[in-house]
Design a protein around this ligand. Structure first.
Ligand SMILES: [Zn+2]
Ligand SMILES: [Zn+2]
Length: 174
């Protein structure tokens, strides 16, 4: 009975889609009176980020490894299964894990929105504030204050640093 029984299932993009308690909260053994076969039903709690809390029920023939499973919402459980769930600690384990994931997601979101430029941030070579432009001559990064916006004779935009702009004017005093 510990938190390591809780497994997080991620999608292809690495985003968590489901949290599953590997430890069944209820193992129900029963006999089919007609066939005499004995069955084992295992009940596990799942939290799906799309569908919420679910109970996975796996049924197999006693002694076999295979089986099949289906999911129900907790309000569909019979009273005994529900009482087992309440006493198992499974709800608390899943809730703690989901909270942890939500907190990590929130922290990741904060950093994502706080710094959308991230590693590509550049600073102006003149004043070191954020640079969103690059001089076409010397390729240095410049801020809007230290950029000069010009145009070619074909109206194509050109961005220079101040230094290169004046050099360009001297080179081509047209
Ligand atoms: Zn600047
Ligand atoms: Zn320049």
């Amino acid at each position: 009975m510990n938190a390591s029984s809780v497994r997080v299932v991620h999608g292809k993009d690495g985003i968590p889609i489901m949290v599953r308690d590997e430890m069944p909260f209820f193992v129900d053994r029963w006999r089919d009176v007609e066939t005499g076969n004995e069955y084992v039903n295992e009940y596990r709690l799942i939290f799906s980020f799309r569908e919420g809390l679910l109970v996975e029920i796996t049924q197999r023939l006693e002694g076999s490894t295979g089986g099949f499973s289906w999911e129900v919402t907790p309000n569909r459980l019979d009273l005994e299964s529900l009482m087992r769930l309440m006493g198992s600690g499974s709800l608390e384990r899943i809730r703690a894990k989901v909270k942890e994931i939500m907190r990590q997601l929130t922290e990741n979101l904060d950093s994502l929105f706080f710094d959308p430029i991230g590693d590509r941030r550049r600073s102006c070579y003149v004043c070191e504030s954020d640079a969103f432009y690059e001089c076409i001559r010397c390729n240095k990064d410049v801020c809007d204050q230290h950029a000069v916006f010009a145009e070619t004779e074909y109206m194509e935009p050109l961005t220079y640093c101040h230094e290169c702009f004046w050099k360009a004017v001297e080179d081509d005093p047209a």
